[in-house]
Ligand binder design. Structure first.
Ligand SMILES: NC(=O)c1ccc[n+]([C@@H]2O[C@H](COP(=O)([O-])OP(=O)(O)OC[C@H]3O[C@@H](n4cnc5c(N)ncnc54)[C@H](O)[C@@H]3O)[C@@H](O)[C@H]2O)c1
Length: 368
């Protein structure tokens, strides 16, 4: 079988983990490792017995790779991806695709000119529970969705965590907080499940619980053009955290909590009861439906395998760079709404968000 030759740029915590996942993929092979920290690049390159590079330009000139997996701090996703496309190299970026929508659009421009494949690492898409949840939404079994409520606070982070990388939790180094670092998977699943809202009003607390510049607590309210409303709550300062996605719909309530799916199904449509019931406080019959899910396994190997297959057989990556824009846009819109203290309409004005972000970058404590 022909194998895609993969280079990994950025082999800190997650780059090393993805290297293990890449090693398990049958249709690609790791052929180079790159990190600006020489000792880090050398150490990981030795593990895979491949050459080490200390800047992505020389890696891209080497002729050793067909595709690059970018696992650096977020701002560098944009510059490295644009350089890769210009060098005729396929790109899979770790999440988030970029720090802000305007940067993601720059990446998309470079991608379109290149004719190469552009994927993003959203490995939670491979979870059977998430796939089942999506299938149920699409089955029509639930009736019309009325309200969505996602509380995702399972990320207690200490000051030591934020201090562990000098780029972390600063506007200049990282470009955002819980929305950009911890929540991209959930925001991606949110848009995959429900599509994009058209209005966002959010309240982001910056450095409320930690000595950091960026948001560590968020409450966002969203509206969809066809009626449903949604609340998205996150925090990096709670224990025990909650991960509960609750969807109310015409046929009851579907919940995905900690990987377990449950559906409390009403015998009749709630909208019909509201319109026609002779009672003023009706009590409805419901069935408890437990929905079996084979496992909660999440596979970065699958994301990489599908990406390599997309290159080999001209197919689509599991999550394309284009689709990855949506979750970024949601997070950006929440932050923009909070900064401007007003409702923000989607599609987001990318230039406006970049301007607001750059004001924060200008006073950021982090110096490159
Ligand atoms: N997919 C996931 O579930 C998941 C989980 C955690 C982190 N991540 C993402 O992985 C990325 C890296 O996070 P991390 O926690 O591994 O950070 P990290 O600080 O542990 O590692 C980043 C590495 O990138 C290197 N680096 C920085 N700039 C570089 C450049 N220009 N060229 C080459 N190397 C460079 C650093 O030296 C470091 O070794 C982030 O985008 C983060 O959001 C994804």
């Amino acid at each position: 079988m022909k194998k895609i030759r993969l280079g990994i740029v950025g082999v800190g915590g997650m780059g090393r983990s993805h290297a293990i996942s890449a090693k398990a993929a049958k249709n690609l092979e790791i052929t180079a490792i790159c990190d600006i920290k020489k000792e880090v690049a050398d150490e990981v390159a030795a593990l895979y017995d491949v050459p080490a590079f200390y800047d992505h330009h020389s890696l891209f000139r080497s002729g050793l790779i067909d595709a690059v997996l970018i696992v650096t701090p977020h701002y560098a996703h944009t510059t490295i991806a644009i350089d890769a496309f210009a060098a005729g190299i396929h790109v899979i970026s770790d999440k988030p695709v970029a720090v802000h929508k305007a940067d993601a659009e720059r990446m998309l421009d470079a991608w379109k000119k290149s004719g190469k494949k552009f994927g993003v690492m959203f490995q939670l898409r491979t979870s059977p529970a998430n796939r089942k949840f999506k299938a149920l939404l699409e089955s029509g079994e639930l009736g019309k969705i009325t309200r969505i409520n996602w509380i995702i606070t399972t990320w207690l982070r200490t000051q030591k965590y934020y201090d562990s990388g000098d780029w972390r939790a600063s506007w200049r180094g990282e470009g955002g907080g819980a929305l950009l670092n911890q929540c991209p998977h959930q925001l991606d699943l949110f848009q995959w499940f429900f599509g994009m809202p058209n209005k966002v009003r959010a309240f982001c607390h910056l450095g409320k619980y930690h000595d950091i510049e960026v948001e560590d607590e968020v409450t966002a309210y969203m509206e969809f053009a066809d009626g449903p409303t949604a609340v998205f709550i996150t925090s990096t300062a709670e224990y025990p955290g909650t991960n509960r996605l609750e969807v109310t719909c015409d046929r009851g309530r579907l919940v995905l909590e900690d990987g377990v799916l449950s559906f409390k199904r009403t015998e009749q449509n709630v909208s019909e009861i509201i319109a026609k019931s002779p009672d003023i406080f009706p009590v409805l019959s419901t069935w408890d439906v437990n929905i079996p899910v084979p496992s909660n396994d999440i596979s970065a190997t699958e994301v990489l395998t599908v990406f390599a297959d997309a290159i080999l057989n001209d197919k689509e990556p599991l999550v394309t760079g284009l689709e990855a824009m949506n979750e970024l846009e949601l997070g950006n819109a929440m932050l923009l709404s909070s900064l401007l203290k007003k409702e923000v309409e989607l599609p987001l004005d990318a230039a406006e968000y970049e301007r607001e972000l750059m004001k924060l970058v200008a006073v950021s404590r982090y110096k490159k």
